[in-house]
Design a binder for this molecule. Structure first.
Ligand code: FES
Length: 107
């Protein structure tokens, strides 16, 4: 059960004990982490789950995938090489300690 830390734009940390096999978006929404809406239910069609993966984790999480994830991220504000859609990050036990930062707002 990986422990995931979501950090809001104001620096507030929300630590979640997530189930392996679900997405980082699902873990955030089910624990009512503010700042991740997940409006499309996880099909990479809304961009309301944009997160910045802490650079120390990027090699383990991987960059945004080509195709629908990258196309949706291109429509979000503040995209960086660390940007991912949380709905496209499938959590595993190896993600214990993962740090994800959130933008000021999601749309
Ligand atoms: Fe809609 Fe991730 S939940 S893009």
């Amino acid at each position: 059960m990986p422990k995931i830390t979501y950090i809001t734009s104001t620096g507030v940390e929300h630590v979640v004990d997530a189930d392996s096999g679900i997405s980082a978006m699902q873990a955030a929404v089910s624990h009512r982490v503010p700042g991740i809406d997940g409006d499309c239910g996880g099909v990479a069609a809304c961009g309301t789950c944009h997160v910045w993966v802490d650079p120390s984790w990027l090699d383990r999480v991987g960059p945004a995938r080509d195709g629908i994830e990258s196309e949706m991220l291109a429509l979000t504000d503040g995209r960086t090489p660390c940007s991912r859609l949380a709905c496209q990050i499938e959590l595993a036990d190896t993600h214990d300690g993962l740090l994800l930062r959130m933008p000021t707002d999601q749309h």
